[in-house]
Design a protein around this ligand. Structure first.
Ligand code: NAP
Length: 298
């Protein structure tokens, strides 16, 4: 399949590589041109302008946020200029529910297929083709891009025909991960204050009632106190908490835990942790308890 891929950041770069590995004909664009070099060496075509990607059979966007997708997809009228009316745009960024609904309308007006397909999994998971893809859109559009989704993910979870529902599901998941990181950070800090061995507590937690990947992955990072390189930047985590809160506010759904996590992420940024992994928010709980900036210790 001829695929245009826009946005070769931490996630997009490795996801695009999976499509090349699966034998698809890939054309790529990234705002900073350096990111496309490695893929070009492996046979991908480098595009000069993002709208050129919309002449493929399918175009995938994996950009940072609403603003980036607006700049690249809506501002330059890429949808109106698309020649192939059977094109399906697969929007894989984590964007706001309001913007996802706007994208839904814009694609319908342009007569183009649109599948929202945000993902669960960090760059190492994406590189292994093991993402969980949360998809929604017209069934025939999803089927047309299924080979691409299968090349990037271990499973595609379909949430119906209205694309924005995938974004609601994705934000619900990230809200839960943020709350899990915050809760673990507070629990480990409490234990440390009483000289309980943090690792034993974490082993108990992840080996019994909380034996789940989110606790294991982020618990490990909290224990090590190593938050660089950032697999998922703290600023992106803050974006997702804000998006969950906005979605809640629009529907009359209070999310008090999300407010706490949002404030703590802002606190972390104020203390210079913006470029760290979002699990560095654990340092906020430590600081408040009068502990130093290092990893938890007995
Ligand atoms: P990232 O490494 O920061 O990459 C962001 C991408 O967006 C880069 O290609 C960047 O281009 C581009 N971009 C930003 N603003 C732009 C603009 N105004 N115009 C054009 N391009 C712009 O982020 P990421 O980790 O790949 O995440 C991408 C998306 O996936 C986000 O929505 C994130 O929430 C979601 N996500 C991330 C993870 C994770 O673990 N990292 C997991 C699941 C979902 P430049 O290279 O020029 O900066």
């Amino acid at each position: 399949m001829r695929v245009g891929f826009i946005g070769l950041g931490a996630m997009g770069g490795v996801m695009a590589a999976r499509l090349l590995d699966a034998g698809h004909e890939l054309a790529v664009w990234n705002r900073s041109p350096g990111a496309a070099e490695q893929l070009a060496r492996r046979g991908a075509q480098r595009l000069q302008h993002p709208e050129e990607a919309f002449s493929s059979d399918a175009v995938i966007t994996m950009l940072a946020d609403d603003g980036a997708v607006r700049d690249v997809v809506l501002a330059n009228k890429a949808l109106q200029r698309a020649v192939n009316k059977r094109l399906v745009h697969v929007g894989m960024s984590t964007v706001s529910v309001g913007f996802a609904q706007e994208l839904e309308r814009s694609h319908a007006e342009a007569g183009l297929g649109y599948v929202a397909a945000p993902v669960m999994g960090r760059p190492d998971v994406a590189a292994a083709g093991k993402l969980n893809i949360i998809a929604a859109g017209a069934a025939d559009a999803i089927e047309r891009v299924r080979p691409l989704l299968d090349a990037m993910g271990q499973k595609t979870w379909v949430f119906g025909a209205e694309p924005h529902k995938a974004n609601v599901a994705k934000l619900s998941m990230n809200f839960l991960i943020g709350a899990a990181i915050e809760a673990m950070a507070e629990a480990v800090t409490l234990a440390e204050r009483y000289q309980v061995v943090p690792k034993t507590l974490m082993d108990l937690l992840t080996g019994t009632l909380f034996a789940a990947p989110a606790y294991a992955v982020y618990g490990g990072l909290i224990l090590k106190g190593e938050f660089m390189p950032a697999n998922f930047k703290l600023t992106l985590g803050l974006k997702d908490m804000r998006l969950a809160l906005a979605a809640g506010e629009a529907a009359g759904v209070p999310l008090p835990f999300a407010s706490v996590v949002r404030d703590n992420l802002v606190d972390a940024i104020g203390h210079g942790d913006a470029d760290k992994d979002w699990s560095a928010v654990a340092r906020v709980a430590r600081r408040r308890a009068g502990l130093d900036d290092g990893p938890p210790r007995r």
